[in-house]
Write a protein that binds this ligand. Structure first.
Ligand SMILES: Cc1cc2nc3c(=O)[nH]c(=O)nc-3n(C[C@H](O)[C@H](O)[C@H](O)COP(=O)(O)OP(=O)(O)OC[C@H]3O[C@@H](n4cnc5c(N)ncnc54)[C@H](O)[C@@H]3O)c2cc1C
Length: 468
């Protein structure tokens, strides 16, 4: 088992159960052919394989994974599963109001699809679809809460949001740091490791061939449906690229995405302390900083808290700093202690991180290479658990040449504006990122934000880039 499965609590918990660990898959040893070759054994690749097998059980699907399925972001994430209701304003800015409404409806369908899948497959992935809560973790964030509620009203979905004052928030999750917020009915939480490992098994049971510990070399941008690995070539009718942040260094995607790290810490079980703070309903909580904090509980009474917008990558390389990072861990642990002082003595049992992949729209996009035989979906940022189900469905339809209700969604064949060329991209992204964290921290502490910090955080928007 790889290092990440040892340090990531979700993966080690899932792999301790035979039904989620499964049997190891072989490494590709020789040349082969397939109807469809899929690169990446995360949610994107596996949902694509699953949807393909549902549409055409006889189709020959090969999945190639450099490590073990689920050991990318899909097995390590925060487990917030939601559609797009809380992004109405941003989606309307990027795609117009009708586009935003179509994406919100598709996001709802994705959450429902995953819930139904777990139900039919009998998968215990700790799915809890009671919605989630957004909070202002400083008075300065209250304006952002109001903006999100106004955007929901504009999209005609305000009935799905319940605004909450400070005391109402604290009745659900009692933190001195929470000043107000809202609950919405979109999705909830899931055990990400169990979900992805169960999906892997379902794909195998449906007849997909999975090769693990099989790293492919970056595909040729000319759109040839051929995948090369050190130990064999896969010649396919179609190829689907679902290697997420690892594709940032591939020539095809170099200018379209930047990589950021996000880091999670999880406590030991303390159910009695959760009861003291009234946080017993399993509802996930996010604040609304740009470098956001997302926190949830587990059925055995732990708090898992993640911090976004941390470490950047030069040249798009994803290395071990994205698996674990002292600064990221420290920030996650200090947020737990700050939000919940009664957890000060509860040990931190694990901490880990993972890469997320940001396009300039801050929304994923789907496309095909010249020739129309190589397809991809990328750029989920920190919001991919439910969207990957939708993207897998669209990718499968694209491979099969089908038009569905979702194949004309606005992010299909949408080409986000390229990020600046290097070294401006790497240096600029690091400077902006540091400034965003500094501004967020200053606002949290009620301190003034310096002129240079204000200027730097506002720069991407002035240049037409969304950074969340
Ligand atoms: C710490 C963290 C917290 C997050 N929290 C949330 C959350 O709470 N809610 C939410 O909605 N989203 C969250 N996300 C985002 C979400 O996890 C991702 O958007 C989603 O998992 C992407 O799935 P994927 O299959 O595209 O990518 P991945 O799961 O990363 O899968 C890509 C796979 O490709 C493989 N691969 C890479 N290169 C190669 C190669 N050369 N050859 C073969 N295989 C290769 C990788 O090993 C990996 O397994 C979070 C992400 C992280 C990192």
């Amino acid at each position: 088992m790889s290092e990440i499965a040892r340090i990531c609590w979700w993966l080690s918990e899932a792999m301790s159960h035979p039904e989620f660990a499964g049997e190891p898959a072989p490494t590709l040893q020789r040349d082969t052919t397939a109807d469809v070759a899929i690169v990446g054994g995360g949610y994107t690749g596996l949902w694509t394989a699953w949807h393909l097998k549902q549409q055409d059980p006889g189709i020959d699907v090969v999945v190639l994974e450099q490590s073990e399925c689920g050991f990318g972001a899909s097995g390590r994430n925060g487990g917030f599963i939601s559609g797009y209701t809380d992004q109405a304003g941003h989606l309307a800015d990027v795609y117009g109001l009708e586009g935003a409404r179509a994406i919100i409806a598709a996001g709802d369908a994705a959450v429902a699809g995953i819930a139904q899948w777990c139900d039919v497959q009998g998968v215990d992935a700790w799915l809890c679809l009671d919605g989630s809560m957004a909070v202002a973790s400083s008075p300065a964030q209250l304006g952002l809460i109001d903006e999100q509620l106004a955007a929901a009203a504009m999209a005609g979905i305000s009935d799905r949001f319940t605004p909450l004052g400070r005391d109402q928030v604290r009745a659900r999750c009692d933190s001195v740091a929470f000043h107000g917020g809202y609950v919405h009915d979109d999705g909830g939480t899931v055990h990400p490791g169990r979900l992805v490992r169960a999906l892997r098994q379902a794909c195998l049971d449906a007849g997909a061939r999975i090769y693990e510990n099989t790293a492919v070399t970056p595909p040729n941008p000319d759109g040839r449906a051929e995948i090369h690995t050190p130990s064999g070539v896969v010649r396919a009718g179609s190829v689907v690229l679902g290697a997420n942040a690892w594709m940032a260094s591939w020539p095809i995607f170099k200018r379209r995405l930047v990589v950021r790290g996000t880091y999670i810490a999880i406590t030991a079980p303390a159910p009695e302390l959760l009861e003291q703070i009234h946080w017993t309903n399993g509802m996930g909580v996010c604040d609304v900083r740009s470098s956001l904090r997302y926190l949830r509980t587990t059925p055995d009474g732990r708090i898992a808290l993640g911090v976004g917008g941390q470490r950047g990558s030069f040249g798009g390389r994803v290395d071990s700093r994205f698996d674990q990072d002292d600064v990221g861990t420290r920030n996650a642990v200090s947020a737990i202690r700050k939000f919940f002082p009664t957890f000060a003595d509860v040990p931190i049992e694990a901490s880990w991180g993972g890469p997320v992949y940001l396009p300039s729209t801050h929304e994923p996009f789907i496309g095909s290479l010249p020739g129309g035989r190589v397809h991809y979906a990328v750029g989920y940022t920190g919001h991919g658990v439910a969207p990957t189900y939708l993207m897998g469905e669209i990718l499968a339809a694209r491979v099969l040449g089908q038009d569905t209700a979702h194949t004309s969604l606005p992010f299909v064949d949408y080409s986000p504006r390229p990020w600046p060329i290097q070294p401006f991209r790497g240096v600029g992204a690091s400077l902006v990122n540091a400034a965003v964290v500094k501004r967020d921290d200053a606002l949290d502490e009620g301190e003034p934000v310096g002129a240079l910090t204000k200027f730097t955080t506002g720069l991407p928007a002035r240049l037409g880039y969304y950074i969340g």
